[in-house]
Write a protein that binds this ligand. Structure first.
Ligand SMILES: [Fe+2]
Ligand SMILES: [Fe+2]
Length: 331
């Protein structure tokens, strides 16, 4: 009895409860049994946690900070397919590479495109998922590095950080939308994991060395995204893919009509990609000429009428600055 008392309480408990658990697990596979036992042991060691109440202001902030679309047109009246179809996004716009870094970035992106072209071929949904898991990285890396630079230099960032975060969120919403349409296999999830690990580190290193080249590369990636979504549309139009009803997350985010379909979602996402393309080329150009502060042009854009801010070619840049301007002064 004295020897039993010398045994730590947790071990004594285990000696009593283990046979009960073993009986309960009888008939399960060894893997399930081992996993369940592991989980049970882990729970036993976990100390009781008294959860701090959710602050009301945090709850309010979470409710208020729901993802907002980037293009002004998605914030007006609900859109149907016909309106999306005639949206001028500069479908075939291409930024001709001029400098050596431009040419390298362009060739690199064209080379990288071969990987999904070979692996996914006509699997447009999985290709879109893969593309969006990568596309959500540059904005976050750029915003993080510019945020740190603003802290280091103790000076304003010039209006970039919020835009880049918004771009990253927009790409994540593309991904959330496609995740409502398919369930990636374990192999594809591993591929996503590996691709993120490689791409994040590579893009981070590139942004540290040359932000100008990083944004140029991103601009070319977005050009390819526009092409990929055009192929997606072609597959829908040719009947290779069923034009299913749009998921509710997409209808809510892009403010689409209740009868919206996947085709409308692809049109909306392609418009987003076109904006990312123009915005990233613009940011790269500004770095090239050493004129980074966007605030002055944003003020100028806000003085114009809403019609002048329509998403048309070069005006897109002014619009872009306008989107980010609500928080320019506090950045
Ligand atoms: Fe995207
Ligand atoms: Fe994009």
């Amino acid at each position: 009895m004295a020897a039993f008392a010398a045994i730590p309480t947790s071990t004594r408990l285990s000696s009593i409860t283990m046979p009960i658990v073993a009986r309960a697990l009888r008939g399960t596979t060894p893997v399930v049994a081992v996993r369940s036992m592991h989980l049970w042991k882990w729970q036993e060691k976990k100390p009781p946690v008294e959860v701090t109440p959710l602050p009301v202001d945090l709850a309010r902030e979470i409710q208020m900070s729901k993802p907002l679309p980037m293009l002004e047109i998605f914030r007006g009246k609900p859109l149907d397919g016909r309106t999306l179809e005639v949206l001028d996004i500069g479908l075939n716009r291409h930024r001709v590479p001029v400098t050596l870094t431009d040419k390298f970035a362009y060739r690199l992106v064209k080379f990288l495109r071969l990987i999904p072209d070979t692996y996914f071929r006509g699997n447009h949904y999985m290709r879109a998922v893969m593309l969006e898991t990568i596309a959500g990285v540059p904005g976050m890396v750029g915003a993080m590095l510019r945020h740190l630079r603003s802290l280091r230099k103790c000076q304003h960032d010039g209006g970039w950080i919020i835009h880049l975060l918004h771009e990253a969120e927009n790409e994540r919403m593309h991904l959330m939308t496609w995740m409502k349409c398919l369930k990636p296999s374990t192999a594809n999830r591993l591929l996503i994991l590996g691709a993120q690990g490689i791409f994040f580190n590579a893009y981070f290193a590139l942004y540290c060395i040359s932000p100008q080249m990083a944004h140029r590369m991103c601009g070319y990636l977005e050009e390819e995204a526009v092409i990929s979504y055009t192929h997606f549309l072609d597959a829908l139009d040719q009947g290779k893919l069923e034009n299913m009803p749009a998921p509710s997350i997409a209808k809510e985010y892009w403010n689409l009509v209740p009868s919206a379909t996947i085709r409308d979602v692809v049109l909306a996402i392609r418009a987003d990609e076109a904006l990312h393309r123009d915005a990233n080329h613009h940011l790269s150009d500004r770095l090239l000429i050493g004129k980074e502060d966007l605030r002055e042009e944003a003020e100028e854009a806000l003085r114009q009428t809403p019609e002048d801010l329509a998403y048309q070619g070069k005006e897109a840049h002014a619009h872009e600055a306008g989107v980010a301007s609500h928080s320019l002064r506090s950045q």
